[in-house]
Structures are given as C-alpha cells and as structure tokens.
Write a protein that binds this ligand. Structure first.
Ligand code: ATP
Length: 202
C-alpha cells in the first residue's frame, strides 16, 4: 500500500492536518502517540529499556518512570541515541502490525511522526509531506495549547532539525499560516495520492 509520511515542527499543525486527511477516510498512524503507548505494552521494548536504563525505568505497577528516563537522556546525546535505538524499531514493528489490519480498500495511509527526518522513518514511506508555519505562529499555538512558556517551547524546538533542513528532504509541503487554507492544500495532495495509488494498482 502507498505510504505517505507527514511531519512538521512543534506547533506547525501536523496533527490538525492529519485530522483533515482522516475526514477524507485516510487512516493515520500517529507514531509519537504509539511510541508512548508501546513503552508500557511492548514486552521486548520494556526489557530493552530496563536492561539499558535500569529497573527504576518502571514503577512496580508497570507505569513508565518518565523522570528517571528524562534524567538520563536529557542533554546526553549518547544516552538519547540508545533510547531511540530501542524505541524507533519498536514503532516500526507497530506500524507494520497496524498497516496489516488496514482495509485493502484504503487507497493510501499516512504516518505522522515528529522525527520523521531525524529517524529512519522517512525511508520507510513512499513520499513525505512537511507542514510549515512561521515561528511566531508556532510559538503562539503551543504556548496556548500546552500552557507553557515560550522559552520551554523554543528549547523543545532546538532539539529538532530546522525547517530549512527538512525542506531539503520533503517531497510535498503544506503551509499552515493564517493566509493559507489547509483544507484546500490537503484536497490537492489527496487528489495526487489517489491518482498515484490508482496507477500503482493498474
Ligand atoms: P506538536 O508537534 O507539538 O504535537 P503539531 O504540529 O501536531 O504539534 P497541532 O497540535 O496540530 O500541531 O497544532 C498546534 C495547536 O495549534 C493546536 O492547538 C491546534 O488546534 C492549533 N492549530 C493548528 N493549526 C491551526 C490552524 N490552521 N488554525 C487554528 N489553529 C490551529
């Protein structure tokens, strides 16, 4: 099945754009939400995390000890690489399981991942969309949505590739500022993907 990866910086509106695709009947795999979920359900991943970061990584009732993990990986690149090396393959496995149960009637699927280009994820899809918005709009959206300070949002942004880097890697773009309609842009891309999917079946 034709696979489309979608990403964008914090507050760019990638989840909002995905909701529009969902309205059109396109199933969306939300990689970041799945990653959080499988950290407490995937036995292989849980064992890997305990072996690498210690038994303190989980509370006795099975919940993830976020503070413990964060204290190890925060500002420690090599430890973060170790965590990603455990989590990313588990998310890829979860995507394969998810995709296998998608109806064959569906023309294409969407994989939403904040770190599509920072991880190997973009190599596992057929094409990619980058959602962009001006910095100030992104900051306003996230501070309003999460009730956090601008500096905190900027610190989170600094951990991701810049839009300039991602623009070089993406195949399609959706501009989510106040001057452009995301609905029109989604409809235009949907039309293109339907044509590609139809041709690949003929
Ligand atoms: P994150 O990476 O932080 O999860 P995101 O890229 O998925 O962010 P969203 O959660 O989709 O971004 O959007 C951030 C906030 O901005 C949300 O509260 C959303 O409702 C709002 N938003 C996004 N796009 C628009 C828009 N075009 N008009 C109005 N509000 C928007």
């Amino acid at each position: 099945m034709y696979k489309v990866g979608i990403t964008g910086g914090i507050g760019s509106g990638k989840t909002t754009v995905c909701k529009v695709f969902e309205v059109l009947g396109i199933p969306v795999f939300y990689a970041d939400a799945v990653a959080k979920e499988i950290m407490v359900t995937d036995k292989i991943l849980i064992e890997g995390i305990k072996t690498t970061f210690g038994n303190l990584s989980y509370f006795e009732d099975g919940r993830l000890n976020n503070k413990h993990i964060a204290s190890i990986v925060f500002n420690n690149e090599s430890e973060l690489i170790k965590l990603n090396a455990l989590v990313h393959p588990a998310v890829f496995r979860a995507f394969d399981v998810w995709e296998a149960q998608v109806s064959p009637e569906v023309p294409y699927t969407l994989k939403e991942a904040a770190l599509l280009f920072e991880s190997e994820s973009y190599k596992m899809v057929d094409t990619t969309i980058l959602v962009t918005a001006p910095l100030q709009i992104k900051l306003d959206r996230v501070t309003a949505r999460d009730g956090v300070a601008t500096d905190q949002v900027k610190a989170r942004m600094d951990k991701q590739l810049s839009d300039d880097e991602k623009i070089k890697m993406a195949n399609h773009f959706i501009i989510n500022d106040e001057a452009h309609s995301i609905i029109q842009q989604v409809l235009a891309l949907h039309k293109q993907f339907l044509e590609i999917a139809a041709n690949s079946h003929s």
